[in-house]
Design a protein. Structure first.
Length: 312
């Protein structure tokens, strides 16, 4: 059945049936607006969108995969502020000949990813469009803590990473060449594995700055360096490139460190900490903050692109 056949309100009913309620939702879908708890008195908010042909392809990813990716991109922004995600709002623009089951599976993916952090999809809007677009707004609660900004890094801080980088970029590269393996990288591109708990943990540990790696490690660290008016140096030796990634890079004629240092969509978290902080095992030190500007690798300027730019 197509969306044109089921109609707007029939589609809404089908999507709502796929959603689970989280603890932060006092009133979910079904009224003019949702009601979300904000015990802290402050609400952290972020928005992002996925456009077919630009951010995803239906022949590469299933609808549930797109839902997971769309939710993860926004939830990662919330935890990168040190906040706890509470709710998602979803704007959906769809071609009228799209099968209803695709929209239902999308909703299932969105709801499942939100459920990983105890959040829920509480509402949204939809429209007919020639271009399939998923726009998500995420809300979060600081729970009494100060937000961790990009502007707090200080010379002498260490730079640490939670999560992985390069896996989604490797998956994108093999998909772009018409392959479907190695499966581990293709799945990493389809569904990011975000270290959600590491964000709030970093805030408690005293992180001075933090950002999620959505556009590439070097590029996103560049945002921290600019906001904090410091220089950041990354040590190449801090990264262990899996053998399977080396093999894939060799087959495609790519330096695997290009994926690791400039590839996006893994949504790892990178933060700066005072050197006195003892970091847990899921955070590994990859560099240092110093007086200066910009981002270097082994104290040298990186030769090549720094990461993703929508308009480049």
């Amino acid at each position: 059945m197509s969306i044109a056949e089921t109609g707007e309100f029939g589609l809404i009913a089908r999507i709502v049936a796929r959603l689970d309620s989280g603890q932060g939702a006092l009133l979910g879908p079904g009224d003019d607006a949702a009601v979300v708890a904000a015990p802290d008195g402050r609400m952290v908010a972020s928005t992002d969108m996925l456009v077919e042909g630009r951010h995803f392809r239906r022949d590469w990813s299933g609808a549930a995969d797109v839902g997971h990716r769309a939710a993860a991109a926004n939830l990662a922004d919330i935890v990168a502020m040190g906040a706890q995600p509470t709710a998602l709002l979803v704007g959906l623009c769809v071609p009228t000949d799209l099968d209803v089951s695709w929209a239902e599976e999308l909703a299932g993916g969105l709801s499942a990813e939100a459920g990983l952090v105890g959040a829920s999809v509480v509402g949204g809007d939809m429209s007919a469009s020639a271009t399939l677009t998923v726009a998500v707004t995420a809300l979060g609660d600081l729970r009494g803590a100060a937000p961790v900004l990009r502007s707090g890094a200080q010379p002498g801080d260490v730079v640490a990473l939670a999560g992985r980088t390069g896996h989604a970029a490797a998956g994108y590269a093999v998909l772009s060449r018409g392959f479907r393996t190695p499966k581990a990288f293709v799945e990493a591109y389809r569904r990011p594995q975000v270290p959600y708990a590491a964000g709030t943990a970093a805030a408690r540990l005293g992180a001075t700055a933090m950002i999620d790696v959505s556009d590439g490690l070097l590029q996103d660290l560049g945002h921290v360096a600019t906001a904090s008016v410091v220089g950041i140096d990354v040590r190449r030796e801090a990264f262990t490139v899996p053998e399977q990634m080396r093999d894939a890079a060799s087959a495609l004629g790519v330096d695997p460190y290009v994926w690791v240092l400039t590839g996006g969509d893994d949504h790892a978290l990178v933060a700066t900490f005072p050197p006195s902080v003892t970091l847990p095992e899921n955070w590994r030190i990859i560099g240092a903050v110093h007086e200066g500007t910009g981002v270097t690798v082994d104290r040298r300027e990186w030769q090549g692109g720094m990461g993703w730019d929508h308009f480049r």
